[in-house]
Write a protein that binds this ligand. Structure first.
Ligand SMILES: [Zn+2]
Ligand SMILES: [Zn+2]
Length: 443
């Protein structure tokens, strides 16, 4: 029996270490080694921590240049093969020095990783040689992020066995994933959408299959954007949108990298009887990359493409659609409240982020982080984690964000990832009134 999420983080990367020049040690240490016990130096846990860890803050080497990429494939895999496959992926991707998330299930594979540039060719060859034959003999091309090569977008490498690659809330027997929707390359997608009205005398049915916080900051012009919290909600909304539409009318849909639409399109074609569902191959990521290379075309996607990694988004056009939740100004920058037991996902402009110490702006979160910063200041070592009063704190790379561990002072409400900022903070700008109510001066 599969548990819904079984995870395993890579614990060692000896081959990589032997090959790497010392100069690169620091970053890899962060990514793949177990955390040492900082309370008791002779703790059992520390036996598995290479001594190099203790030196990691002494090296100030340039980080390797990473490239972020994704690919997925729906293909039936036998359930009993998954644990061995997971181990193999961990060993291989770990040896490349890759960080990111890999999901495997009886439905196939979904990979989002940042890989150091020197290992990209090797990774590509491995995918070709091992992953491709396992997954039915063909594999999509790597879907590169639109960013320039640079920092990695994830902290560690995780390979997880999941029940489904994307959870749809449906009975898998009710649809057929082999009924693949039409995958249009970005150029054909652009062309078809642009000329649709002239050819058919009406606007195309274009559905954004992502969640509300994704479609808030960027979308294809004219898209229907359901107010969805999860993919299950998007599927329900999709069925509602198309229920009275003739089955021979083309449907267009898109998501970040294409995986959600591959499934949703297959559902519309096999379960609802639509003739043709089009998706843009590689999703907004691929479209964004393509449109940046076009000199004479105007992007049909406007704003920012939300991504599920440390970047929380990559811009496609300069337009800004969101509002900072603290001051109400125009904003498309997402952050999680830095008080990690709050962790609220919200839009927050740079100015408010630094004023309110990267918290959600509520006085209680601000106070915890502010007091903590003050009291722990003398312990800070910009290169490594410290333990103060039983709380593990560290400064994130290249910023002064303070992350206070789960054992730290708890937020009154603990937020899971689905809660909406508006439910906690009220409408944008509203939170400032709480400061006034409490008779506090703003930071
Ligand atoms: Zn603001
Ligand atoms: Zn907060």
């Amino acid at each position: 029996m599969l548990s819904s999420v079984r995870s395993f983080t890579r614990r060692a990367a000896r081959p990589l270490f032997c090959q790497q020049p010392k100069a690169n040690v620091r970053r890899y240490t962060l990514a793949v080694f177990p955390k040492p016990c900082l309370v008791r130096p002779h703790c059992e846990k520390n036996r598995s921590v290479p001594t190099i860890f203790h030196r990691w803050h002494a090296t100030s080497a340039p980080a390797p240049v990473y490239r972020t990429l994704a690919f997925y494939k729906f293909h039936s895999l036998p359930e009993e093969d998954l644990p061995a496959f997971r181990e193999e992926l961990l060993a291989q991707f770990g040896a490349f020095g890759a960080v990111g998330r890999i999901y495997i299930s009886t439905e196939g594979i979904n990979v989002q990783v940042s890989c150091p540039e020197p290992y990209l060719d090797e990774m590509q060859r491995y995918c070709e040689r091992v992953i491709k034959p396992k997954l039915g003999g063909d594999l999509m091309d790597f879907n590169w992020s639109t960013d320039e090569p640079g920092r990695r977008a994830f902290r560690a490498l995780h390979v997880r066995i999941r029940k489904q690659l994307v959870a749809d809330g449906l009975d898998p027997a009710s649809y057929d994933l082999k009924n693949r929707p039409s995958h249009l390359p970005p150029a054909a997608w652009h062309e078809k959408l642009e000329t649709y009205k002239a050819q058919h005398g009406k606007e195309p049915i274009l559905i954004d299959m992502r969640n509300h916080y994704e479609s808030n900051i960027g979308y294809f012009d004219g898209a229907i954007r359901p107010d969805a919290d999860t993919f299950r909600d998007s599927i329900k909304a999709m069925n509602e949108i198309v229920k009275d539409i003739p089955r021979d009318q083309e449907i267009f849909m898109y998501c970040t990298g294409g995986i959600r639409c591959s499934k949703a399109g297959a559902i519309l074609q096999s379960a609802s009887g639509f003739d043709t569902v089009h998706l843009v191959e590689g999703g907004i990521t691929a479209y964004g990359r393509w449109i940046q290379e076009q000199k004479d075309k105007k992007s049909l996607f406007r704003g920012k493409n939300f991504t599920f990694d440390g970047r929380l988004g990559e811009p496609v056009t300069e337009e800004v659609f969101g509002q900072c939740h603290i001051c109400g100004g125009p904003c498309n920058r997402y952050q999680n409240c830095v008080h990690s037991s709050c962790n609220l996902l919200m839009l927050c402009c740079d100015t408010c982020a630094s004023r309110f110490l990267n918290t959600c702006g509520r006085p209680k979160c601000y106070d915890v982080v502010h007091d903590y910063k003050q009291s722990a200041q003398r312990f800070y070592n910009p290169d490594g984690p410290v333990l103060v009063n039983g709380v593990r704190a560290y400064i994130k790379e290249k910023s002064d964000r303070v992350v206070i561990g789960k054992q730290g002072e708890k937020c009154a409400e603990e937020h899971n990832r689905r809660i909406r900022a508006v439910e906690v903070l009220g409408e944008p700008g509203e939170i400032l009134k709480e400061w006034v109510r409490l008779g506090r001066t703003l930071p």
